[in-house]
Design a protein around this ligand. Structure first.
Ligand code: DUC
Ligand code: ZN
Ligand code: ZN
Length: 472
């Protein structure tokens, strides 16, 4: 006999960004339709007694199958990336459709659809990367794409093939203001990095650990300050991505205290890695942890933890940028151990993002359960126009859910589901991992096994951002 509901998750300790409460969740098709007790019967019941249930994670900053200059190639495509996401409790991913200089933005979006359509296990949308803001891009393509639901874009202040100068940033921010889009900013001073890199190279200091020396905190602090000033000049909110430590946090705190709408994101690498992970002496192993901005030190980790709990950060993302270590397409370009300048920047982290923060943040007593949901799901959904379809547990929302298993588990790359040959978090002992992930009402991870939904992950057209700062 067919019932009103397809699935009930019974006895759930439901956590949203605002409340934690006991209830049953009724699911019909892809949606949550009821929350309460004594729900009508369902075709299937899952008993979540004793377990926390959170909304599926929204990873609002990851890189999948993003075209790179030869010979570099990302290890994860949409198939492996969304598989890995699902097994770590993430049910929506937002990677980047990157415009190459000289390319039309529209073509970049088409190309990225070609790479993703029919290949995702969980839902996804795109941010745009604007690297060539020509008059056509600014006046025609960008406004049209925003109207079509591509409502966020990333601006780089560094990387030769992506960076914009201040005038170009002002132009792009003006489009964000006029059309209500969210601008994300990678804040590092490109000229300082180049100058420091040349000096290090002249001194023969090219081992992976010198990557950190080429991008000290000052370089991020200056660019963060400048990004804030540019946002103030245009009078438009911005979101500063992958903030790594105290000096950048101080700039954002100052801006907030002056009433500026500056949002900020941080990532697991700034809580769980330090400069020591970039290696000692000339060891090449540190290439595994090369990312930008680089991991700092324990004092900076503390600052990031505090800023997560006190509301300075709105969003916690992975910045998953997957490159194999033992690969001529990855951390050893052309099969060689190269100078740090030539090592692709980025580390994998889609699958470990939620378990790391749940274990050390929530169960470690550093952040509340509601804050965890806000940072990892609700706020990213709001920042990029996906809420309340994504990012919460409510009637009408997609049945994207995580049931948590609070048990000891050690991170091992061999147990992860990405296509990368290492994890920077190998050996870290956690206190929890998802016992189950549901995507649109379907089990995609059962705590042991991945249940493929290839092609069922759908592209999401985004609305306008609905996030507000708290003034901290
Ligand atoms: N830094 C970025 O800005 N993007 C990808 C990876 C990285 O380290
Ligand atoms: Zn970046
Ligand atoms: Zn990134």
């Amino acid at each position: 006999m067919s019932h009103v509901l397809d699935l009930i998750i019974k006895n759930a300790k439901i956590a949203t960004a605002s409340d934690v409460f006991m209830a049953d969740i009724g699911i019909k098709g892809e949606q949550i339709v009821m929350i309460g007790s004594h729900l009508p019967e369902a075709n299937k019941t899952i008993d979540a007694a004793g377990r926390v249930v959170t909304p599926g994670g929204v990873d609002a900053h990851c890189h999948l199958d993003q075209p790179m200059p030869a010979p570099i190639k990302m290890a994860d495509n949409f198939e492996t990336g969304t598989r890995s996401a699902a097994c770590g409790g993430t049910t929506t991913v937002i990677p980047f459709a990157a415009q190459e200089k000289g390319q039309s933005l529209r073509d970049a979006v088409k190309e990225y659809h070609r790479r993703s359509d029919g290949r995702a296990h969980v839902d996804y949308t795109f941010h745009l990367i604007v690297s060539d803001p020509t008059p056509t891009v600014l006046n025609e393509e960008l406004p049209a794409l925003i109207a079509e639901g591509y409502t966020s874009f990333k601006i780089y202040m560094t990387y030769d093939d992506l960076k914009l100068n201040d005038g170009q940033i002002l132009d792009v921010l003006s489009v964000a203001k006029q059309h209500g889009a969210m601008a994300m900013i990678h804040a590092e001073n490109a000229d300082c990095i180049e100058w420091l890199t040349r000096r290090l190279e002249a001194a023969g200091q090219t081992a992976p650990r010198f990557h950190g020396h080429s991008r000290p905190m000052l370089v991020e602090r200056e660019a963060t300050h400048r990004a804030i000033a540019l946002s103030e000049l245009v009078d438009v909110p911005i979101l500063i991505v992958h903030v790594s430590g105290r000096e950048a946090v101080e700039q954002i705190r100052w801006a907030r205290s002056h009433g500026l709408q500056i949002f900020a994101e941080t990532c697991p690498q700034y809580l769980f890695l330090t400069a020591a992970d970039l290696g000692i002496d000339n060891s090449y192993l540190g290439a595994k942890c090369i990312c930008s901005p680089p991991p700092r030190d324990q004092k900076n980790q503390e600052v990031i933890w505090n800023a997560l709990s006190d509301g300075l950060f709105s969003v916690f993302s992975s910045d998953h940028a997957p490159f194999n270590y033992e690969s001529p397409e990855g951390k050893k370009p052309g099969g060689q151990e190269v100078a740090f300048r030539h090592i692709p920047n980025g580390i994998p982290g889609l699958e470990t993002r939620l378990p790391l923060l749940y274990s050390e943040g929530v169960l470690g007593g550093r952040i509340s359960l509601t804050k965890f949901v806000e940072l990892t799901s609700t706020n990213p959904a709001k920042a990029y126009g996906l809420h309340p379809l994504k990012g919460t547990i409510a009637p009408g929302s997609h049945a994207d859910l995580v049931i948590w298993d609070e048990k000891p588990i050690t991170i091992q790359n061999s147990a992860l589901h990405h296509a990368v040959d290492y994890t920077p978090y190998e050996g870290i002992e956690l206190k929890a991992w998802p016992a189950m992930t549901l995507s649109r009402g379907e089990i995609v991870w059962d705590g042991q096994n991945f249940h493929p939904r290839l092609g069922k992950g759908q592209f999401l057209s985004c609305g306008k951002p609905t996030l507000m700062t708290t003034g901290r």
